[in-house]
Design a protein around this ligand. Structure first.
Ligand SMILES: Cc1cc2nc3c(=O)[nH]c(=O)nc-3n(C[C@H](O)[C@H](O)[C@H](O)COP(=O)(O)OP(=O)(O)OC[C@H]3O[C@@H](n4cnc5c(N)ncnc54)[C@H](O)[C@@H]3O)c2cc1C
Length: 239
């Protein structure tokens, strides 16, 4: 397998970084190819703005998706975006490694998605969800949290982790075509002690070695929705 690991933590000695190193070592030893984008170390530009498009289609009014489309068609996407897209389309599996910040990904990782998942190349023109440009590939979030597992249960104070991560797992990853695997979570990583963290690394190893066989989250495919993009009545519950 070809695995693209996108890591977003500013501290190289953090536990999140230890998980990243563990993933590289585990996957490489198992014979997989791994490429890594360490976004903070790269000082990856986090904001999608007009600076990405020096040859703007409309210099008077910045319209991000129109500029992405034009830059894709004319081969004028910024070099750092193209380099990330090359790794994206090279890989079979995308691993997002991050600490949960404000119930989301750190801004630099959100900015990576904003800039790298460009209209024209990664989505658009009717390509989305199960028809998305990255269909046939798998993605997984691997994260650390401050809060303990119970807080992210269905009746926990922070809401279920499925709901917390829905915008990432469904709104970003499934949207562009990935089959999304259940996340790997190191709960309360700073509070569980060295033994707890060692157990997390062991459990993470098991998940890394089953990336190709773990059943994905069963998000509804496009055919489950009607012409108004509503879930058909035969499928109970929420999206
Ligand atoms: C802006 C912000 C917003 C946040 N929002 C949320 C939120 O919404 N929800 C939530 O739950 N939490 C939240 N948090 C907390 C955050 O999720 C946790 O602090 C973070 O996930 C902990 O992971 P870390 O990698 O940063 O841990 P660190 O504190 O860097 O590491 C924990 C410990 O692991 C040790 N360690 C490093 N390497 C190893 C190794 N190889 N083996 C064993 N131990 C090792 C380190 O020395 C350290 O003692 C937020 C934090 C911030 C800064």
């Amino acid at each position: 397998m070809k695995v693209f690991l996108v890591h977003a933590h500013p501290e190289p000695r953090s536990f999140t970084a230890a998980m990243k190193d563990h993933a590289i070592q585990t996957l490489t030893h198992a014979g997989h190819e791994v490429r890594v984008s360490d976004l903070c170390a790269m000082r990856f530009k986090a904001s999608l703005d007009a600076d990405d498009f020096p040859a703007a289609a409309d210099p008077a009014f910045f319209k991000a998706q129109a500029e992405q489309m034009k830059a894709h068609e004319t081969g004028a996407l910024a070099a750092d975006i193209l380099a990330e897209q090359e790794k994206l389309f090279w890989s079979d599996v995308l691993l997002l490694q991050f600490p949960l910040w404000w119930s989301s990904v750190p801004a630099i990782l959100k900015g990576w998605v904003d800039r790298v998942f460009t209209m024209g190349r990664v989505y658009g023109g009717g390509r989305w969800f199960s028809d998305g440009a990255l269909r046939g590939r798998r993605a997984m979030c691997a994260l650390t949290t401050g809060g303990p597992e119970g807080i992210y249960g269905s009746r926990g104070r922070n809401g279920s982790l499925d709901k917390v991560l829905f915008h990432v797992q469904h709104g970003m990853l499934a949207f562009v075509g990935y089959e999304v695997l259940p996340p790997f979570v190191a709960w309360s990583a700073a509070r569980v002690g060295d033994d707890g963290r060692a157990r997390y690394l062991g459990a993470y190893r098991e998940r890394l070695l089953t990336l190709d066989t773990t059943p994905p989250i069963p998000f509804h495919p496009l055919e489950h929705f009607d012409e108004k993009l509503q879930l058909k009545a035969e499928f109970p519950g929420e999206v």
